[in-house]
Design a protein around this ligand. Structure first.
Ligand SMILES: Nc1ncnc2c1ncn2[C@@H]1O[C@H](COP(=O)(O)OP(=O)(O)OP(=O)(O)O)[C@@H](O)[C@H]1O
Length: 349
């Protein structure tokens, strides 16, 4: 089911939680709303769900105005961060719940309900837990059951608000892959909220990056990572080194010294140079754009992370770069850094 959100404004008192938001979600997409705490993700999700209403703007589901309909009429399935399973019901009854409380006219008979629950438990690969109670499940299992329960009513749209937020890192990772393959199987239009960039990039077809009630960029995981549209997106996704620079024509200067890298079309004036940690090549002194001294090196897995104090301002600017471990770096070494890929944004962005 396609969703279209147009010019949504939502204020709480004088605070704009959503400030003129437009978004189109295609049928069958798995979309992530990604942004820092307070950026408006949950507010947007609640408005699409019919749990909250905007001050102005439009929400259409499958081309029809959804704002005249409440949550139940929109046929939306939800999964929240904190499991909302009924503690006194077995897993089986939790999943059956939505089907049992349907209006009499559309309610299925008992045999059909049982078959459907069995099918859903198979889908989330937890049929062996049917007779347990929620307190007897792990956190990850509870979230999978919560998802089975949300899917029971055959929702037109599935909305997930930080569904894995309360789980430990390893389980989160497993569930991401699981959600991805589950979505490949069922194709229901799904939107999930997360503040975890890795989660958004790994799971979603498209990522909507939000900040302060506005959409900063919408794109595939590759697009938002490789071509961040704004300084905010560059800083939020991936780990970036940010240096204050001056642009004059095609020349870029740091602390008054030329860097010998092209300005890539950035406007003249005060700007910020953004480089991902792994995009800063490290070579012998004098070979690159920035000279510095290594202060500290930590190695883990395939990378070594070096703290480098840049030459020029009495070593006050210290950056962290990630290098492969083909040559072990040493504290005290004088090196030179060269940005392989970088972006320059005007300072006020
Ligand atoms: N009912 C409310 N009353 C007043 N302010 C609210 C209300 N709901 C949300 N807000 C404010 O609106 C802003 C956006 O909140 P929202 O929950 O949408 O952010 P979020 O991006 O989902 O953040 P988080 O990741 O922390 O959940 C926040 O500053 C929040 O304090």
């Amino acid at each position: 089911m396609a969703i279209e959100v147009k010019n949504i404004v939502k204020t709480f008192g004088s605070f704009a939680a959503l400030d003129d938001v437009d978004l189109k979600v295609a049928d069958g997409e798995l979309l992530a709303l990604l942004g820092p705490s307070g950026s408006g993700k949950t507010t947007l999700l609640r408005i699409i769900a019919g749990l909250d209403w905007p001050d102005s703007g439009e929400v259409a589901i499958d081309g029809e105005n959804a704002l005249t309909r409440g949550a139940s009429e929109r046929q939306v399935g939800f999964v929240f961060q904190h499991y909302a399973l009924f503690r006194h019901m077995t897993v089986f009854e939790n999943v059956a719940f939505g089907l049992r409380v349907q209006p009499r006219a559309v309610r299925k008979d008992e045999a059909t309900i049982r078959a459907r629950v069995k099918e859903l438990l198979d889908l989330v690969q937890l049929d062996w837990l049917a007779n347990r109670y929620p307190s007897q499940l792990s956190g990850g299992q509870r979230q999978r059951i919560a998802l089975a329960r949300a899917l029971a009513i055959e929702p037109r749209i599935l909305l997930l608000d930080e569904p894995f937020g309360a789980l430990d890192a390893k389980v989160r990772k497993e569930l991401r892959q699981w959600l991805r393959s589950l979505h490949n199987e069922i194709h229901v239009t799904s939107i999930f909220v997360t503040h975890d960039q890795e989660e958004a990039l790994e799971v979603a077809n498209r990522v909507v990056v939000m900040d302060k009630g506005k959409i900063e960029q919408i794109g595939s995981p590759g697009e938002v990572y490789d071509n961040p549209a704004t300084a905010f997106v560059h800083g939020f996704i991936g780990e970036s080194i940010v240096l204050p620079v001056d642009v004059a024509g095609d020349a870029v200067r740091l602390d008054g010294r030329p860097l010998n890298i092209p300005a890539l079309g950035a406007a003249s004036g005060a700007a910020k140079l953004f480089v991902r940690r792994h995009d800063m090549a490290i070579g012998p002194a004098g070979s690159g754009a920035l000279d510095g001294a290594i202060r500290h090196v930590r190695s883990f897995g395939p990378i070594q992370r070096a703290e480098v104090a840049l030459a020029g301002d009495a070593g006050k600017t210290v950056i962290e770069i990630d290098a492969p471990r083909d040559r072990e770096l040493q504290a005290g070494e004088i090196v030179s850094l060269q940005p392989r890929r970088y972006r320059i944004f005007a300072a006020q962005d």
